[in-house]
Design a binder for this molecule. Structure first.
Ligand code: PLP
Length: 287
């Protein structure tokens, strides 16, 4: 059975799924997206992702295309039709289709909705997490509203490619003061020399990662200390451990930055434990 996509109210074969050439997402990156991890066919961290979707849309004055309850049903139906249990669900909502003009269409048009589902090989992900990954650094060059999860991802695309070109998995943006903001598709963390966890606060210009927030709860429930304070790439190299979080990466140990080892260059116990605890939490919270 082939993959199935949802496009504006219809389930269609993935290979035949299309959007209009005047979709404002395609022409102007005028839209937002969300990604849920799937465990056992269920959506992980549902509340956090729905809340952020509503917020991203609200910040752009795009209406929720349907109620949260209806959207949940559609997302779950997309998962069911694709028969995926371990994977990712991608939802994109754009302002809709209208003759090209920078300003919003007036009267407004219906938001356009696309959903795709993809499979993740968990054994492969676990093997990668057990080895750890490399990151590269790159100057922060994004706009001032990285808190909105928009489909305008060109700086992230270029940063990720810079990483890929040298065999790294993620790129960390570094701001003018020399601090890491976040990854191209993840939030960045270290375990400092004193064993304290550190990640940048979300009042900075970064995405409010849902995995980040869930992991903060897990960390506190387990009595670990965390400092929402920025760190530099040099801090990361001097740290005991580093890792990234996201719906795709979950909790993924980082063992090198710009080709230099973090700590002893091996996956550390804290990141490995937090990955396990996060996955347990994600499975328990999934709907
Ligand atoms: N930061 C950026 C720029 C991202 O694109 C993502 C996820 O795609 C994240 C952080 C992690 O967010 P979440 O944990 O909600 O997946």
């Amino acid at each position: 059975m082939g993959r199935i996509a949802y496009v504006n109210g219809r389930f269609v074969p993935h290979a035949a799924a299309t959007v209009h050439i005047e979709d404002r997402g395609y022409q102007l990156a005028d839209g937002v997206y969300e990604v849920w991890a799937l465990f056992g066919g269920k959506l992980a961290d549902p509340e956090g992702h729905f809340a952020r979707l509503e917020r991203s849309l609200g910040e752009l004055s795009i209406d929720m295309p349907m109620s949260r309850a209806a959207l949940t049903l559609v997302l779950k139906e997309a998962v069911r039709r694709n028969r995926v249990t371990e994977g990712l669900v991608y939802l994109q909502v754009t302002r809709g289709v209208a003759p090209r003009d920078h300003a919003f269409p007036n009267p407004s048009v219906r938001p356009a909705v696309v959903i795709t589902v993809s499979r993740v090989d968990r054994a492969q992900s676990e093997a990668r997490a057990a080895k750890g990954v490399g990151v590269v650094t790159t100057p922060e060059n994004r706009w001032g509203r990285c808190d909105i999860k928009t489909v305008g991802l060109l700086p992230n695309v270029l940063a990720k490619q810079k990483a890929r070109a040298v065999g790294a998995v993620e790129a960390w943006f570094v701001d003018d003061l020399g601090f890491v903001t976040e990854g191209a598709s993840s939030n960045a963390w270290i375990v400092d020399g004193d064993g304290r966890l550190r990640t940048r606060a979300t009042n900075a210009n970064i995405l409010r990662g849902v995995t980040r927030y869930s992991l903060l709860d897990v960390i506190r429930e387990n009595g670990l200390e965390v400092d929402e304070r920025p760190f530099t790439p040099a801090d990361a190299l001097a740290a005991k451990e580093a890792f990234i979080t996201g719906a795709g990466s979950l909790v993924l140990p980082v063992v090198s930055v710009d080709g230099k080892p973090v700590g002893d260059g091996k996956v550390g116990p804290v990141a490995a434990r937090l990955r396990r605890l996060y996955i347990e939490q994600a499975k328990a919270s999934a709907i």
